[in-house]
Design a protein. Structure first.
Length: 133
């Protein structure tokens, strides 16, 4: 066994993976439209609604053929862009609704409650809760 040849083959394989287009662009989660996959989540509109949902990767996701995009923003970065908006958050302890006041470390801060991201399943932004200002 030639160790140098094995290492060269591995390096070539990694280089090919770096330039290979993602397969996610041809798939989307079942029941969602306008989907973007991030490194730790996906987000998109629930099909047939004006509800936008950000879902953390915590369980297997059923996929179907469809168009999606990929991005490099983590869920905390996306959530920071929603500060000041009214969200409905599903966590291990149930649903929390309210205005997102801050994202600090791995905590979502609402008035009177904070939600650890490790117990967080998804956050929804409903058009009815957030009329244009």
């Amino acid at each position: 066994m030639n160790l140098d040849a094995v290492l060269e083959d591995l390096e070539a394989s990694f280089e090919q993976l770096r330039h290979e287009p993602t397969q996610l662009q041809n798939l989307k989660p079942v029941g969602f439209d306008t989907v973007t996959f991030g490194p730790d989540h996906f987000s998109g509109f629930i099909a047939g609604s004006t509800i936008w949902r950000l879902t953390l990767f915590t369980e297997p996701i059923r996929l179907e053929v469809g168009v999606s995009a990929t991005g490099h923003h983590k869920a905390t970065e996306v959530l920071r862009s929603l500060i000041g908006r009214w969200l409905r958050v599903e966590a291990a302890t149930g649903q929390i609704q309210g205005q997102l006041l801050a994202v600090e470390g791995k905590l979502l801060l609402f008035r009177g409650v904070c939600v650890p991201l490790k117990s967080f399943k998804f956050a929804e932004l409903h058009a009815v809760d957030n009329p244009e200002r």
